[in-house]
Design a protein around this ligand. Structure first.
Ligand code: PGA
Length: 242
């Protein structure tokens, strides 16, 4: 595990983007595991700037996203499909047909979860997986539980997650309560994992995930077992690890 702690968000976002730049230079058709939320936005902005500067070509890249809310269609402004479109895909030269995200409006959610695992397998797995971490330790929407759920699955979001997501919705009632998430297996099978966390509110959970017992009650703790994990933290999120 490599941990980088810096007071400069610019430096961390640039460093994050450089992993993607190097990977795509070596493997233009790499499979990029992408994440939503506030944390990756700075890295996405760096990727857009590198694309505009002619330093990254996404034309053969594949993108697989971690999760999607159940009940929101891709054109809903709060869906993660829409988030990815706005924050990254529409601003780079990735092919729309190469961007994969679970379908939160599928009639049969279980079948959709199985289909998503087949998609990931058919791409040959993930080369780099970008992750944020929730205050409850979730990665993707793998929420705390009694076991690590390996496959893509649907999940009831925890109260903590619903409260954290409420900032993007008009009212609490409109915050989705369920989601589809990639499971622990696809994340742990990624050739490299880039975990990013910013802010004092992430300090405790980052410390527990990276130094505490490996337990499904802190899903991110499984990353301690990943052979190629890089962690990017600002000073506040990394305060307990200094
Ligand atoms: P955030 O979410 O980036 O908006 O803090 C991270 C997560 O819940 O995984």
């Amino acid at each position: 595990m490599e941990i980088v702690i810096s007071s400069s968000m610019d430096e961390l976002n640039l460093k994050g983007a450089e992993y993607f730049e190097k990977l795509l230079a070596a493997k233009p058709d790499a499979v990029l595991g992408l994440a939503t939320g506030s944390t990756p936005i700075g890295i996405y902005n760096e990727l857009i700037m590198k694309y505009r500067a002619g330093r990254i070509d996404f034309s053969r890249a594949k993108a697989v996203n971690l999760d999607e809310y159940i009940g929101l269609s891709p054109d809903d402004s709060q869906s993660y499909a829409n988030f990815m479109q706005q924050k990254l895909f529409s601003q780079i030269n990735i092919q729309p047909g190469n961007c994969y995200i679970p379908n939160g409006t599928a009639d049969d959610i279980d079948a959709e979860c199985q289909r998503y695992d087949r998609v990931i397998a058919s791409l040959g797995g993930i080369d780099i997986q970008l992750l944020g971490i929730g205050h409850d330790g979730h990665i993707g929407f793998n929420e705390p539980g009694h076991s690590f759920e390996k496959q893509t699955h649907s999940i009831e979001l925890t109260k903590e997650t619903i409260a954290a997501n409420a900032r993007f919705f008009e009212s609490m009632e409109k915050v989705p309560k369920r989601a589809i998430t990639m499971g622990i297996k696809a994340i742990m099978n990624a050739k490299s994992v880039l975990l990013v966390a910013f802010g004092a509110d992430k300090c405790d959970i980052v410390y527990r995930a990276l130094t505490g017992p490996i337990t499904p009650s802190v899903p991110g703790s499984i990353l301690q077992l990943h052979p190629n994990l890089t962690v990017l933290l600002d000073d506040s999120a990394g305060a307990k690890l200094r």
